[in-house]
Design a protein around this ligand. Structure first.
Ligand code: NAD
Length: 325
């Protein structure tokens, strides 16, 4: 099987490349805007592995690069929902138009199967109940969520019109090593600047399900291999949540820091467009036979340890990247 992975040099993408390289040939298409070559360095030069450094907005390049692929995994996107507040075209281009380009490049090359990284943000602000895949209407409150929902709509339309088949995964918050963004990384950067005080956006009660990236890629592959409808949509997460305050406390503890003042900016949400309370119903993946191997808290703690180790300050002491902790 020949896999074509957009965003394969990114956080989740590079972990997926590690997994899919064991079972097939992999081409990564990535402009390295937030991804890093070093995440996939160990695959460069291997038989069947190709890196194409290019932009999804360059449709001609994409049409050439995608030729001969069997399955497309579309992960490339604007990774940070907050960026849409400053740049309102970003999600339109990096989600909606980029996804259209991927679909169009597939269509002209006769490729019909696409896996897509969507997000729980498509559901918007809802009553706080565990959201299942058939919750509707989906009314996102961020431009990022709107871009994901528009992408899902385009994919569905290509399934209906051009006989495509899709596996859409609505991710929870994904955490782990090689993270390129997210709350843990934000907190670490802040503590590096000032290890005595940590600014927390909102009142810290915002709670979401966190899934370790290892579970995320296992779930993607499991969902793909065990479902075969024309349109397969799954929430990919866990049933528990972790609050932002808990993440801050875990990080302070794991970094071995003492007497850190947690300073809250106040309000119930971190930024405009952020959904403060998220619960996922993951029954559909469970029914299929897959569930996350860790609770949300366990995933966060593991990710904190991994990221601290990567960033050389595990337990307050410098740790070499290859050291074990
Ligand atoms: P990431 O930024 O680490 O990965 C995205 C990759 O896409 C990067 O390697 C980047 O260089 C590449 N890219 C971006 N724009 C591109 C373009 N125009 N052309 C070519 N390459 C481009 O982010 P991630 O966390 O690994 O996210 C992967 C996917 O999962 C994204 O679609 C994201 O929206 C989705 N997602 C992530 C999370 C999460 O918590 N990390 C949650 C929900 C959904």
């Amino acid at each position: 099987m020949k896999y074509f992975i957009t965003g394969g040099a990114g956080f989740i993408g590079s972990h997926l490349v590690d997994k899919l390289s064991d079972i097939g040939a992999v081409t990564v298409y990535d402009n390295l805007s937030s991804g890093k070559k070093e995440f996939i360095q160990h695959h460069l030069g291997k038989n069947g592995f190709h890196l194409i450094q290019a932009n999804l907005l360059d449709l001609d390049s994409l049409k050439q690069a995608i030729k001969g692929s069997d399955v497309v995994v579309h992960l490339a996107a604007n990774p940070d929902a907050r960026r849409g507040i400053e740049n309102t075209r970003l999600d339109l281009e990096l989600e909606t138009i980029a996804t259209f380009n991927v679909l169009e490049a597939m269509r002209v090359n006769g490729i019909k199967r696409i896996l897509f990284a969507s997000s729980g943000t498509i559901y918007g602000e809802t009553p706080i109940v565990p959201l299942s895949e058939d919750h509707g209407p989906a009314l996102p409150i961020s431009l990022y969520g709107a871009g994901k929902l528009a992408s899902e709509g385009l994919i569905s339309a290509f399934c209906g019109t051009f006989d495509f088949q899709t596996w859409i995964f609505r991710f929870a918050n994904i955490v782990g090593d090689r993270a390129t963004h997210g709350v843990i990384l934000d907190f670490i950067e802040k503590l590096k600047c000032n290890p005595t005080e940590l600014e927390i956006l909102g009142d810290g009660t915002q709670s979401k399900p966190y899934l370790h990236v290892g579970d995320c890629v296992e779930g993607i592959v499991f969902g793909f291999q065990h479902s075969n409808k024309k349109i397969n949509v799954f929430n990919l997460g866990c049933p528990s949540q972790t609050s932002v305050s808990t993440i801050a406390e875990m990080l302070v503890e794991e970094a071995g820091l003492k007497e850190v003042l947690l300073r809250y900016t106040g309000g119930t949400r971190g930024w405009p467009g952020d959904v403060p309370q998220v619960k996922f119903n993951v029954g559909k993946m469970s029914k299929l036979g897959w569930k996350a191997s860790r609770t949300s808290d366990e995933a966060v703690r593991k990710a904190i340890r991994e990221i601290l180790k990567e960033r050389f300050i595990y337990n307050g002491k410098p740790v070499p990247p290859s050291g074990s902790a």
